[in-house]
Design a protein around this ligand. Structure first.
Ligand code: PMP
Length: 381
């Protein structure tokens, strides 16, 4: 039976990306590795529309969050932490563990973060030197408008802005320099269409200056230490890197850096959403402007959602369930990879079959999905 990986990380990687990992290994001290590194760096710079350097750690996304927290937070620092789900909570927890005093802004799961709410919280808490945000809240499928959130804060009053982009970078615009992000964390296994194992940190000039003025309590995740090796004529990784994953990343970035990639991801999300709604599922994120182009969460008001995920699994389709208080209440289906009409129709056809007797009341779900795929009537995200 064919298997279809539709979890929000890891996501399926293309045959080219898989095969690239079988290339012979090269040593990581020397010109060949630096060449690979520079190729990746140039592609990341195009993706992020920034000339800045990106630090790459062999780690998962949590490692990148830990690096940001260790570098900017800690005893004596007060941080404003905006969370609308499990991953916003995790970023906060990591900062707290490093000794940071946290001022919380909590948004209900399924709802997005309004720019004015953050601007008001920043104005009310001028002693907070750091702001923690999540671009794409993977636990609910919410995409937060990071550009508008930062723009709503007067420039001279802006704390250091740290963004969890673990499940956004690669699948949706994320332009840290243009938007005023100071520290961005991401990982390989979602929007970057690469196997798990690489974590990334990008810093603004202000961010680099701030880390140079502090002592990082971590050896491995010390960004200054990383920067020294990056600034060599032939940049490299200070510690042994998983070279095969770098091959994969280099190949995957070519697949992402095509014209219209972000539009394709958004169109796929709109088409799946329209089809799911016509099938009788309820989209967890009600406001279309906050719906993620990478992952969609849905419930089944007239039936048992766990029977739907079991039926999908029996057909070879792997999705993810809800986390924390959403356990057993939603399914999360991802569409980070090159999902187009054939994959959309497969997913919706499988959902139809998975509905059991409930399918009798289905509307014309394919027509609804195809209309959205063709017309992208769900507006701008
Ligand atoms: N932040 C977000 C938004 C995520 O989606 C995830 C992973 N689902 C993480 C952080 C943690 O990443 P990892 O599992 O790679 O450590």
């Amino acid at each position: 039976m064919n298997k279809y990986l539709m979890t929000p990380g890891p996501v399926p990687v293309s045959p080219d990306v898989s095969r690239s990992q079988a290339r012979p290994l090269i040593g990581h001290r020397g010109g060949d590795f630096s060449g690979l590194f520079l190729s990746i760096e140039a592609k990341l710079a195009r993706l992020l529309r920034s000339g800045g350097r990106t630090v790459i750690f062999p780690a998962s996304g949590t490692g990148a969050l830990e690096s940001l927290a260790a570098s900017f937070a800690g005893p004596g620092v007060k941080a404003l932490s905006v969370s609308c789900g499990v991953f916003g909570d995790r970023f906060r927890e990591i900062a707290e563990l490093h000794g940071t005093e946290i001022v919380r802004v909590d948004i209900a799961p399924g709802e997005g973060v309004a720019p004015e709410a953050v601007a008001d919280a920043v104005a009310a808490n001028p002693e907070c030197g750091v702001l923690l945000l999540t671009q794409n809240e993977t636990s609910t499928g919410v995409l937060n408008p990071i550009d508008r959130i930062i723009a709503a804060i007067p420039k001279e009053k802006r704390p250091i802005v740290l963004v969890d982009g673990v499940s956004s970078v690669g699948a949706m615009p994320c332009f840290p320099e243009e938007w005023g992000i100071d520290g961005l964390a991401t990982a390989s296994q979602k929007g970057l269409l690469t196997p798990p194992g690489l974590a990334f940190v990008w810093l603004s000039e202000r961010g680099w200056k701030a880390v140079s003025e502090r002592t990082c309590p971590s050896y491995y995740f010390d960004l200054e230490r990383q920067r020294k090796v990056l600034d060599k004529d032939a940049p490299e990784n200070p510690y042994t890197p998983p070279v095969s994953l770098y091959y994969a990343l280099d190949a995957a970035l070519d697949e992402i850096l095509i014209d219209g990639w972000f539009d394709l991801r958004r169109r796929a999300a709109s088409a799946l959403a329209a089809g799911m709604e016509a099938l009788g599922f309820s989209l967890f994120v009600k406001d279309v402007n906050f719906r993620s182009p990478g992952v969609t969460a849905f419930s089944f008001p007239s039936g048992d959602i766990s029977s739907v995920s079991k039926a999908l699994k029996a057909m070879g389709i792997d999705t993810a369930g809800g986390q924390a208080q959403l356990k057993g209440k939603i399914i999360r289906m991802s569409h980070y990879h090159d999902v187009r009409w054939p994959e959309i129709s497969l997913a919706l056809g499988a959902l139809y079959a998975a509905l059991g007797p409930g399918r009798a009341g289905c509307g014309d779900f394919m027509k609804a999905a195809f209309g959205a795929w063709e017309g992208d009537q769900h507006g701008d995200v």
